[in-house]
Design a protein around this ligand. Structure first.
Ligand code: OFO
Length: 175
């Protein structure tokens, strides 16, 4: 059993992960419209990952005899100023998610709730990876710059990163 405070905090995290999934799907669709196929695939995979993050917490809350609440769907924005700005937004959102996970960790120490603390370790690690990935991506985008064929090279770079991520996940599964 988890505390009511913890159940509320975890349900808020469920909503945050669901929002990320929805926002990233919208970004994927916008990229598709812009002809940025590599970016569209990358954001689609990110969206699916966020849904998996949401479900992982959802199942944990129910398993601990609390009530996991299905979050309402707030329609995300559909238009983005540029692909560069879009990725800046993703990076900012990931930092927000990290801060939220850290608050949950603090709550675990406060109660104390060692089981939830252990459960959250996976998220701490995942956020470290996500932030590192987005930071690398932002660096590449800056290097490419805004010249004539920048969008083409950004798309190719993101496609390459996406391929590497898929390969590394497949290798993890095989371990
Ligand atoms: Fe689940 O927030 Fe990103 O990874």
């Amino acid at each position: 059993m988890i505390s009511t405070t913890m159940a509320t905090a975890l349900n808020e995290q469920i909503a945050l992960e669901a929002h990320a999934s929805s926002l990233y799907l919208s970004m994927s669709s916008w990229c598709e419209q812009e002809g940025l196929v590599g970016c569209a695939q990358f954001m689609r995979r990110q969206s699916e990952e966020e849904r998996a993050h949401m479900l992982r917490i959802f199942d944990y809350v129910n398993e601990r005899n609390a009530h996991a609440l299905t979050p309402s769907v707030h329609q995300p924005k559909h238009q983005f100023e540029s692909v560069q700005k879009m990725f800046e937004e993703v990076y900012a959102h990931e930092k927000k998610v990290t801060a939220s996970i850290m608050k949950l960790v603090e709550q675990c120490y406060k109660e104390p709730d060692h089981t939830t603390l252990l459960f959250l370790q996976w998220y701490v690690e995942e956020q470290r990876e996500e932030e590192a990935l987005m930071s690398t991506l932002m660096d590449k985008i800056k290097l490419i710059g805004t010249g004539g064929q920048a969008l083409y090279y950004i798309d190719k770079e993101v496609e390459k990163i996406n391929g590497l991520e898929i390969a590394s996940e497949a290798a993890e599964v095989e371990k």
